[in-house]
Design a protein around this ligand. Structure first.
Ligand SMILES: [Ca+2]
Ligand SMILES: [Ca+2]
Ligand SMILES: [Ca+2]
Ligand SMILES: [Ca+2]
Length: 473
């Protein structure tokens, strides 16, 4: 434990050192060193056990643009249909670092989610928008409880339609989905984990190697939705550090918001004795000028900053949010202090073109290549600027003292007389368990689908700033 703390502090100090160097004008790529730790409460083979995942981004790192976690294919999981909708299957606690209303990144915000088993019926959907303008509550459909009114958010009972617009492949069917809601600054924030079959192509920028296991995708709000319309909001930056602590329960717990009894359903089963590798693939946001600040944080994405945007006044003496490297009026004595320099409705620190009007009456922040720089000021609006930093942390978990590995048996997967593990026919067992053999489970050409136990408060696709563009209450 002490060693781990030392390592973490080492990472923080390293990141700070880089920021200091970058502030002096050296061109370097942004730092991106996400940390993954996974622990299992009970290492007994073929039993239902709680899994804990910690996924953190140290201070000074560029923010995530995407995270997909992979669960070894030998892990056994109960299929989504075998657990009641609304049952609590886990919880996630996170601490995000935010910049509010154009200020530096100095707001720490703890956010907790109870994760509920949620519908995977893609034929029965709910919108992320407020489609019923006749009511007066201004609540968006995903955060309502009207259809049906049963104590569950409609985004638990129904499949959010925007999910299909996030991925680079059409018509992806998850095996399992869990959803949680937290109210942040009056905004209902939806967090989802979706688990897909091994080899599923999630994003053009991320690997889809079948041997990695089952991809578990984390979605925050409707980030990555190609049809989403941004809005000015109070959250103007989403910064590091970011911590997340995610617990996937051994068995489901009762949801206090419903009348039904949803407790005691197994959530997942450990495999046979062996060593299994969990993998996370994370992409960091781009930083074309190499000053250490990703485009969503950098108001001068093509110029090395004078100061550090996470520190108040640094490089921005008049506090308008524009770094002096590209601020047309950086002098507090003679310049204007304009927190919305181009007057387009987006504060400078939220605006993806802070010097060119691209507000809601024009292109509304459109960013074709999704690099965090709006089309209106992007040197090439069709080619993302800056390197995509990819990191792939792993964690080995030993079950039953180690062994040849393999999925749990049918008997293990039986609950209340039903075979509850999800199985796919005709799909060869993959070897993503890290034990270097062919799993020895040849007779069972059976795949056990694994829930999204690995997750973090991050997003696939368009970057963290979608969260900031929800209107504040
Ligand atoms: Ca810059
Ligand atoms: Ca300034
Ligand atoms: Ca603008
Ligand atoms: Ca762009």
């Amino acid at each position: 434990m002490i060693r781990k703390l030392v390592l973490q502090w080492g990472a923080v100090i390293g990141a700070l050192a880089l920021v200091l160097i970058a502030g002096k004008g050296d061109v370097q790529a942004g730092t991106f060193t996400p940390e993954l730790d996974i622990n299992i409460a009970d290492d007994t083979p073929e039993t239902s056990s709680e899994i804990t995942v910690d996924f953190n981004l140290p201070k000074g790192n560029v923010q995530f643009s995407a995270v997909v976690a992979f669960i070894p294919s030998d892990w056994g999981i109960v299929k989504g249909e075998a657990i009641p909708i609304g049952a609590i299957v886990g919880k996630l606690q996170s601490v995000a670092t935010l910049g509010l209303v154009g200020s530096a990144c100095n707001q720490e915000l703890p956010v907790d989610f109870d994760m509920m088993n949620a519908s995977i019926d893609r034929g029965d959907t709910v919108s992320f928008n407020d489609t019923d303008k006749s009511d007066t509550d201004n609540t968006r459909d995903y955060a309502k409880d009207i259809n049906p009114e049963n104590g569950l958010y409609d985004s638990v009972d129904k499949y959010p339609d925007f999910i299909d617009r996030v991925f680079d492949t059409d018509n992806l069917q998850p095996i399992r989905r869990s959803a949680g809601m937290a109210i942040v600054a009056g905004i209902p924030v939806l967090l989802q984990f979706l688990v897909f079959e091994p080899g599923t192509h999630i994003s053009d920028n991320l690997p889809d190697d079948e041997s990695l296991g089952y991809p578990s995708v984390t979605l925050l709000q409707n980030a990555g939705d190609r049809d989403a319309e941004p809005e000015p909001g109070a959250i103007t930056d989403f910064c590091s550090p970011l911590t997340s602590h995610n617990v996937s329960f051994a068995v489901s717990e009762d949801n206090p918001d419903t009348d039904a009894d949803e407790s005691g359903y197994p959530v997942q089963f450990s495999p046979q004795p062996g060593t299994y590798t969990f993998t996370a693939v994370a992409a960091g946001q781009r930083d074309p000028d190499g000053d250490g600040y990703e485009n969503s944080l950098d108001t001068c994405p093509y110029d090395v900053n004078v100061g550090d945007p996470t520190i108040t006044y640094d490089g921005d003496l008049e506090l308008d949010g524009l770094d002096a490297a590209c601020d047309p009026n950086p002098d507090p004595e003679t310049g204007g202090t304009n927190s919305d320099e181009d007057g387009d409705g987006y504060l400078n620190r939220q605006d993806n073109c802070p010097l060119i009007s691209n507000g809601e009456d024009t292109t509304n922040q459109h960013d074709e290549d999704r690099d965090g720089i709006g089309d209106e000021c992007d040197k090439d609006a069709n080619v993302a600027d800056g390197e995509l930093l990819i990191e792939q942390p792993t964690k080995d978990i030993i079950i039953g003292g180690g062994g040849p590995g393999g999925p749990p048996s049918d008997e293990t997967c039986t609950f209340d007389g039903e075979m509850v593990c999800h199985r796919l026919g005709g799909v060869p067992q993959t070897n993503g368990d890290g034990n270097g053999d062919d799993d020895g489970g040849g007779s069972s050409a059976v795949i056990f689908i694994v829930i999204g136990v690995v997750a973090t408060l991050v997003i696939v696709g368009g970057g963290a700033f979608m969260m900031m563009r929800r209107k504040s209450a």
